[in-house]
Write a protein that binds this ligand. Structure first.
Ligand code: NAD
Ligand code: WQD
Length: 344
């Protein structure tokens, strides 16, 4: 049974990936400092897979503590590095926190890979590296545009650090996955997204409005150059996204990657506007979402969606889940949270 170290494994995408790894026979060791997740997530994972993954409460900025994980669990074959701070707006206010957390963690992971003879890395990157692409859908060959936030910059810099490190040490391999907009939750509603405070992202704000935690969803802009005037994104179900990580690990362990570092877009290939998302949510759940149109949000791009052909062909992976289903799982998760909160 191959051992996989998953940093940020109690987080949103990490926890769904741990489920898929365990369901595919991998032994998972989670490292997370719980800065943006809860230890209870381990119970959620166990309720789905029948097994609680090993867990170490460690900050990835602490290299010594990470090294001890390799000593405690010998034979780790690959690392999936999710751990990072991810709030775009917060990164503008606290750039140093973001540069420190996201980049020192990557530096530590890369150093340890060489030192501990663990040569395989899956890295969480983001469509944010493309900014507003000139050509849509966007392929992996599109130019990386100047970052519009310190958060986005940490992803660009991390990709470059990884590229240079792999170039200098040909034992190391990485698959960098550029996620588009991950949404929804596991169908069991045992794990899902846990936004900290007022959500920045669209879907948690929609579900919180639908359930009555928020009064009204603000649609940021209806004057974009899009069919209905609202901004367009590529929303991908988190479970589809999680499955791509298992395939990426298999590709690395099977030495099937073609370069030291490979980049893959993980999206559906379909762009949807904010208003289309709201209408689909209402149709899928039968629940109305109170909304009002407000000004554009600073820093938002107008439209972006993926060309996922490279991932489809090379990884043999495809995100096929319907928008209705992904939004329905987000709603089931919100209801589950409400029930849990009412009992505590
Ligand atoms: P998340 O905040 O739910 O998960 C990240 C996890 O990492 C959390 O559990 C947090 O406690 C942990 N963490 C943060 N810093 C740490 C550190 N120094 N040491 C140990 N643990 C630490 O976020 P997510 O949505 O699951 O995102 C996972 C990764 O995917 C991140 O790298 C993020 O930048 C990237 N990403 C996310 C999105 C998105 O929209 N959710 C899109 C593109 C890329
Ligand atoms: C989606 C659309 C908003 C909230 C962010 C990061 C990106 C990546 C994914 C990590 C936009 C609109 C939103 C609301 C709205 N993360 N919206 N009302 O901005 O595409 O991407 O998450 O790498 O880097 O920037 O996602 O969910 O915030 O917004 O109208 O209350 O919904 O304007 O058009 P975004 P989002």
């Amino acid at each position: 049974m191959s051992k996989i170290l998953v940093t940020g494994g109690t987080g949103y995408i990490g926890s769904h990936t741990v489920v898929e790894l365990q369901n595919n026979g991998y032994e998972v060791i989670i490292v997370d400092n719980l800065s943006n997740s809860s230890i209870d997530v381990l119970d959620g994972i166990a309720s789905i897979t029948g097994k609680k993954p090993a867990f170490e409460k460690i900050d990835c900025q602490n290299k010594q503590a990470l090294a001890e994980v390799f000593a405690k669990y010998p034979g780790i074959e690959a690392i999936i590095h999710f751990a990072a701070s991810k709030a775009v707006g917060e990164s503008v206010e606290k750039p140093l926190l973001y540069y420190k957390n996201n980049l020192i963690s990557v530096l530590n992971i890369l150093e340890l890979m060489g030192e501990q003879n663990t040569y395989n890395l899956v890295f969480s990157s983001s469509c944010t590296v493309y900014g507003q692409p000139d050509i849509l859908p966007v392929t992996e060959n599109a130019p990386v545009k100047p970052a519009t936030s310190p958060y986005g910059n940490t992803k660009q810099i991390a990709e470059e650090i990884i590229r240079d490190t792999i170039h200098a040490d040909n034992r190391l391999k990485c698959i960098a996955l550029r996620y588009f907009n991950p949404v929804g939750a596991h169908p069991s509603a045992a794990i899902g997204e846990l936004p900290n405070g007022v959500p920045n992202n669209l879907i948690p704000f929609v579900t919180q409005t639908a359930i009555g935690i928020r009064e009204c969803l603000r649609v940021f802009g209806n004057d974009y150059n899009t069919p209905d005037g609202s901004a367009i994104r590529d929303y991908i179900w988190v479970v589809d996204l999680a499955k791509a990580h298992v395939i990426a690990v298999e590709r690395l362990l099977g030495n099937k990657n073609k370069n030291g570092i490979e980049f893959f877009n993980l999206g559906t290939g379909k762009g949807l506007s904010v208003l289309e998302i709201l209408n689909t949510f209402e149709q899928a759940t039968g629940v109305k979402v109170n909304r009002k149109i407000v000004a554009r949000r600073e820093g938002d791009v107008e439209k972006v969606w993926a060309d996922p052909t490279f991932a489809n062909n090379e990884l043999g992976w495809k995100a096929e889940t319907s928008t209705e289903k992904m939004l329905a799982t987000a709603w089931e998760w919100e209801k589950r949270l409400a029930k849990k909160n009412s009992m505590s």
